[in-house]
Ligand binder design. Structure first.
Ligand SMILES: *[C@@H]1O[C@H](CO)[C@@H](O)[C@H](O)[C@H]1NC(C)=O
Ligand SMILES: *[C@@H]1O[C@H](CO)[C@@H](O)[C@H](O)[C@H]1NC(C)=O
Ligand SMILES: *[C@@H]1O[C@H](CO)[C@@H](O)[C@H](O)[C@H]1NC(C)=O
Ligand SMILES: *[C@@H]1O[C@H](CO)[C@@H](O)[C@H](O)[C@H]1NC(C)=O
Ligand SMILES: *[C@@H]1O[C@H](CO)[C@@H](O)[C@H](O)[C@H]1NC(C)=O
Ligand SMILES: *[C@@H]1O[C@H](CO)[C@@H](O)[C@H](O)[C@H]1NC(C)=O
Ligand SMILES: *[C@@H]1O[C@H](CO)[C@@H](O)[C@H](O)[C@H]1NC(C)=O
Ligand SMILES: *[C@@H]1O[C@H](CO)[C@@H](O)[C@H](O)[C@H]1NC(C)=O
Ligand SMILES: *[C@@H]1O[C@H](CO)[C@@H](O)[C@H](O)[C@H]1NC(C)=O
Length: 361
């Protein structure tokens, strides 16, 4: 009885198309119209009193997207059985989790269970960098859903290291369908923030293992760095990544690259390839072009392997996953029963099926 009722429901209501499959502008326009305003206002309030946040969020968003796609896996805490990405060594001195939590708490009050942590991270990154300009610097498409898994080992395998040469950087980006152009443009994120000595001091003290310096590093700049970073093992001191301009998001980074003052080997590497170094030349000459291109590249980065539509989950708290596995197997059960795609069912049918006797544990 119940089943035949369900079958006819499926037959009559199945034709509505699944919501999503792709990111889009203003995904929350109907379901949570205030979402983006809430993110912006909390982010700007926090950045106003803590100027280190924009660089933190750029790094966090980048790290998130390069490991399992932009699914907020970077925000998950470790559990008894699993060491999460955010504890990977080196964990890139992440920070700003408290800001994400404040935003998520407010969004859950305003529209519970609607806005994903992955979207919050993408928006917060844009808004924190944009604070300096008091306007949005790029468009963020939304509609991401959150993943349930976060593994420290995957972070070390996917995040390009600051000691990478050009071919490894290129491969690492290509693995995420990003081009050399994206690589150079996104390296402009090093326009803000600081770097820890231990990630580059081999360039000062032991470049080839003979107690030598990296000849591609500007000697004047190297002398200055040596006064800051006193030994190979100094892992507490930090220096500006964009000397003279690291508080300001701009194309100055590309100018210092040309002076051989890129801090990390991965910065200096951009001059070792003809194509990449041509892009450096263009960007250092044209600030507007840098802003436009950065917006385009970070949009592409923000779309890496995203979960959309009925994939993934919307977390209640950004540091704790809801187990989506149970849901998936439930969906598969009904898909088999009716030979339809769960995705193609309408909301009412889904709710009925989910709450039916078969959906109970
Ligand atoms: C951790 O693993 C053990 C043994 O496999 C299992 O019994 C337990 O439920 C797991 N805990 C969590 C939080 O997943
Ligand atoms: C970074 O890793 C260390 C241990 O390797 C851990 O103590 C620390 O909490 C981690 N930082 C973050 C932000 O998770
Ligand atoms: C700014 O935020 C960073 C990252 O969360 C944090 O480590 C630092 O303590 C904050 N600084 C101030 C002054 O609140
Ligand atoms: C770049 O680094 C990789 C990995 O360390 C190495 O195999 C490769 O030979 C290097 N390429 C160049 C051109 O130095
Ligand atoms: C690129 O992906 C391949 C295949 O997954 C992997 O073996 C390789 O280590 C990756 N390279 C980099 C630089 O991330
Ligand atoms: C410099 O590198 C070489 C080769 O890796 C190593 O044997 C030596 O101990 C290093 N020197 C210092 C001061 O760490
Ligand atoms: C810094 O180095 C010291 C000594 O080598 C080590 O005990 C400590 O864990 C390191 N800290 C970080 C954040 O890597
Ligand atoms: C090194 O930096 C100085 C400025 O500190 C600059 O005048 C000089 O041209 C740079 N040298 C090279 C080789 O780029
Ligand atoms: C299962 O999926 C629905 C949306 O398809 C969601 O509302 C619900 O919270 C999910 N439940 C669990 C336990 O994942």
């Amino acid at each position: 009885m119940r089943t035949s009722f369900l079958i006819s429901l499926v037959l009559f209501l199945a034709l509505s198309v699944c919501n999503g499959g792709q990111l889009k502008k203003q995904f929350y326009a109907d379901t949570c119209p205030l979402a983006e305003e809430i993110v912006t206002s909390i982010t700007w309030k926090r950045v106003a009193t803590n100027s280190s946040l924009p660089a933190k969020f750029l790094r966090m968003h980048f790290h998130d997207c390069f490991v399992r796609g932009c699914d907020a896996s970077i925000l998950l805490d470790s559990t008894t059985n699993n060491t999460a990405e955010k504890e990977a060594v080196p964990n890139l001195s992440l920070g700003g989790f408290d800001v994400i939590d404040e935003i998520k708490t407010q969004l859950e009050k305003t529209c519970p269970g609607v806005v994903s942590c992955a979207d919050i991270l993408a928006l917060v990154t844009r808004d924190s960098v944009s604070y300096q300009f008091k306007k949005s610097m790029w468009e963020v498409q939304t509609g991401r859903r959150d993943g349930a898994l976060s593994r420290a080992s995957e972070a070390s395998a996917n995040i390009p290291s600051p000691s990478f040469n050009f071919s490894s950087l290129k491969q690492s980006f290509a693995n995420k369908s990003l081009t050399v152009h994206d690589l150079v443009v996104l390296s402009g994120g090093h326009s803000i923030g600081v770097g820890h000595c231990n990630f580059f001091s081999n360039r000062l003290y032991n470049y080839t293992g003979k107690g030598d310096a990296d000849p591609s590093l500007n000697a004047t700049y190297a002398a200055f760095l040596s006064t800051e970073c006193r030994s190979l093992s100094d892992n507490t001191t930090t220096v500006e990544v964009d000397p003279g301009s690291s508080g300001s998001f701009d194309n100055h980074y590309f100018k210092i690259l040309k002076l051989h003052q890129g801090l990390f080997q991965s910065d200096a590497a951009l001059l070792t390839d003809k194509g990449a170094s041509n892009v450096v030349d263009e960007l250092q000459m044209n600030s507007d072009k840098f802003f436009t291109e950065f917006g385009r590249s970070i949009k592409r980065m923000g779309a890496i392997e995203v979960l959309t539509g009925s994939q993934g989950e919307i977390r209640k708290k950004c540091n704790v996953a809801v187990n989506v596995e149970k849901n998936r197997s439930l969906h598969r059960f009904w898909e088999k029963a009716f030979e339809v795609e769960w995705c193609s069912l309408d909301k009412v049918t889904k709710r009925i099926l989910r709450n039916s006797d078969y959906g109970k544990e």
